[in-house]
Ligand binder design. Structure first.
Ligand code: DGT
Ligand code: CA
Ligand code: CA
Ligand code: ZN
Length: 470
């Protein structure tokens, strides 16, 4: 729709046309487009032209695992680990930085370049090689001696800014941290493990997800590092679709999948009527679903099925179904699915107005961004978070690979305001429940602890949280 608008209003039909239109500020004049969109279009064009789009971490996971498995089969290898932004669980990565140790006479470098997926060998040396996989992903392999493993792992995990901070702390103690060791004058005094590096500067070990120089070194000094949430803390999924709407599997199958994960509860949240392409539920069909869930709850004993809906936030900020119906539900994921182009003020007002409704539980995929595909809509998330704090509304961390929405810095902004987050998958298939890992990773990068998250609660604690606004 948006492409068509640009085409129709400005006669844009090539990337060059688009570039010119954005540079001349003509795009912001189209209704529903703003200066921010124009900026992100320009940024997108730059990335496409440089062929440098960063890849989703989630999308390179499988090849990363294959690479590691392959390397582990070389002779005389000890450690093989992926460092860099991949280890820090950044949402996108530029390349893979693999670190390995092996004993004398290993064939690891030959073995590496003969990996099936390698498309091109860029360089091959004794201690460092670089290849490009058929998928276009660059992979660097570095071999370090066993005594250097921890210091090298710390170095190559990054981020660069974090490393600089740690290095500076070393200097104060007359220590040189890195080129792969901890040295006092020229003498190696440690670096075999990563823990030794942090220990040498008087800090506890810092989780890779926190290593972005966003205050983690200070927090570590004060012994105030967060105890990050883990997958095991999650007790249920609160955003799941079924084939009542655009899900691919029957409700019962989705419940079975949740049960297979040993969840205590699962919320079925099919679309509401406004989403016609997904055959969104009207009052009648929602009632039918509620009935089915009631029956299912009577017959299954090991999991509680919550009655929910993914409710459209309409253009004026009202919700897509009347309060009389919403009060029968346990849970609502309220989402913006159209009118992405409202000016920032209006979009923000729209969402905050929706939160005024007492049946509003959680804001679904709050920024609307699709990584590498669609920019976020123009919305003042900080203002939204303030409003959520005042009203007791929650924010979703949607684990769909392209969404990962809220982004990490906003997860932290939510925590700072005492706004709790819900980690969910937005599953359209039973197998999608696995996306919860991605939501957990995003939450960890946002410094979240179990207490900051709604679905770490047990069933009765959850009930208390969900009824407090009503
Ligand atoms: P990426 O590849 O853009 O997704 O992000 P990274 O963090 O994986 O960056 P990369 O691959 O350029 O380098 C891997 C790590 O090596 C980086 O996180 C920290 C370390 N490193 C690279 N260059 C420098 C440097 O100039 N100084 C310091 N202190 N560390 C560096
Ligand atoms: Ca990297
Ligand atoms: Ca690299
Ligand atoms: Zn949605």
């Amino acid at each position: 729709k948006r492409v068509k608008k640009i085409h129709d209003k400005l006669g844009v039909s090539t990337l060059d046309d688009l570039d010119k239109a954005a540079k001349n500020g003509r795009i912001r004049n189209i209704e529903g487009f703003g200066a921010k969109t124009e900026e992100s279009i320009l940024e997108g064009i730059k990335q496409v032209r440089q062929g440098q789009q960063r890849r989703l971490r989630v999308e390179v996971e499988a090849s990363a695992a294959d690479c590691v498995a392959h390397l582990k089969k070389a002779d005389k290898v000890q450690h093989v680990i992926i460092a860099g932004s991949f280890r820090r669980h950044r949402e996108t990565v530029h390349d893979l930085d693999i670190l390995a140790t092996c004993s004398k006479g290993s064939n690891i470098m030959d073995h590496f370049v003969f990996f099936d997926e390698v498309g091109k060998v860029v360089s091959k040396g004794e201690i460092r090689s670089t290849v490009i996989l058929r998928s276009g992903l660059q992979v660097d392999l570095r071999i370090v001696p066993q005594v250097s493993y921890g210091a090298a792992l710390q170095y190559f995990t990054g981020s660069k800014e974090h490393n600089i901070g740690i290095r500076k702390m070393g200097v104060k103690r007359n220590l040189t941290i890195n080129e792969y060791g901890i040295f006092r004058r020229k003498k190696r005094i440690g670096g075999r493990t990563e823990g030794e590096v942090y220990d040498a500067v008087g800090l506890p070990w810092i989780e890779p997800e926190l290593r972005e120089n966003r205050g983690e070194i200070d927090a570590a000094k004060k012994r105030k590092l967060p105890i990050l949430v883990t997958l095991e803390d999650i007790r249920g999924d609160l955003h799941v679709h079924s084939n009542y709407t655009d899900g691919k599997e029957p409700l019962e199958k989705m419940v079975d999948a949740a049960r297979a994960r040993n969840y205590e509860y699962v919320a079925v949240t099919d679309h509401s009527r406004h989403v016609r392409v997904a055959r969104g539920l009207d009052v009648r069909r929602l009632h039918k679903q509620i009935e089915e869930i009631n029956k299912l709850n009577d017959s299954v004993k090991d999991i509680v099925i919550l009655k929910g809906i993914e409710l459209d936030i309409l253009a004026d900020g009202s919700l897509d179904l009347p309060d009389e119906v919403l009060k029968e539900l346990d849970f609502t994921v309220c989402s913006v699915h159209y009118k992405f182009g409202l000016p920032e003020k209006e979009q923000t007002r729209r969402v905050i107005r929706a939160m005024d409704n007492r049946y509003f539980t959680v804001l679904g995929h709050p920024t609307g961004r699709m990584i590498n595909e669609r920019p976020p809509y123009e919305i003042d998330i900080e203002q939204v978070l303030d409003a959520a704090a005042g009203r007791g509304c929650f924010m979703e961390i949607n684990g769909q690979p392209h969404r990962l929405d809220l982004p990490d810095h906003y997860c932290r902004a939510a925590k700072d305001r005492g706004v709790k987050c819900v980690l969910s998958t937005d599953a359209h298939l039973g197998a999608n429940l696995d996306f919860i890992r991605h939501a957990v990773a995003q939450a960890r990068r946002g410094w979240l602890e179990p207490d900051d998250i709604v679905n770490t609660r047990n069933g009765s604690e959850l009930k208390t949280l969900l009824t407090q606004r009503r």
